[in-house]
Design a protein around this ligand. Structure first.
Ligand SMILES: [Zn+2]
Length: 106
């Protein structure tokens, strides 16, 4: 297992877990309970974490990135994988053929 995401709160951890599950990646939320006693232990050990099997880690990280930063936070133009048109970073779907950025990232 590998930790692929540290969330600010339990809800966010579960959101990430659910997103991964929609992509057929089984994930576990850890530190849910320790989170509830945050303040008594170092904060870095108390934040909820999302873990996946090592085999899925790379793909899971990519999925999280695209879901947590849906507007392509790196601010780079992207090229549609279907029609090869350039798209602005703020577009989540291709302006030309409406293929979603999610599909292009797959
Ligand atoms: Zn396109």
């Amino acid at each position: 297992m590998k930790r692929i995401y540290t969330a600010d709160n339990v809800a966010m951890a579960w959101h990430v877990r659910n997103v991964l599950e929609q992509h057929d990646i089984y994930a576990e939320v850890k530190n849910e309970k320790t989170y509830s006693i945050a303040g008594e232990i170092p904060i870095t050990e108390s934040l909820p974490e999302v873990w996946v099997r090592l085999f899925y880690a790379k793909r899971a990280e990519e999925i999280i990135k695209e879901h947590m930063f849906p507007n392509n936070a790196e601010g780079k133009d992207w090229v549609c994988g279907k029609c090869s048109e350039d798209n602005a970073p703020s577009f989540n779907i291709c302006w030309n053929c409406q293929t979603s950025l999610d599909v292009n990232l797959d």
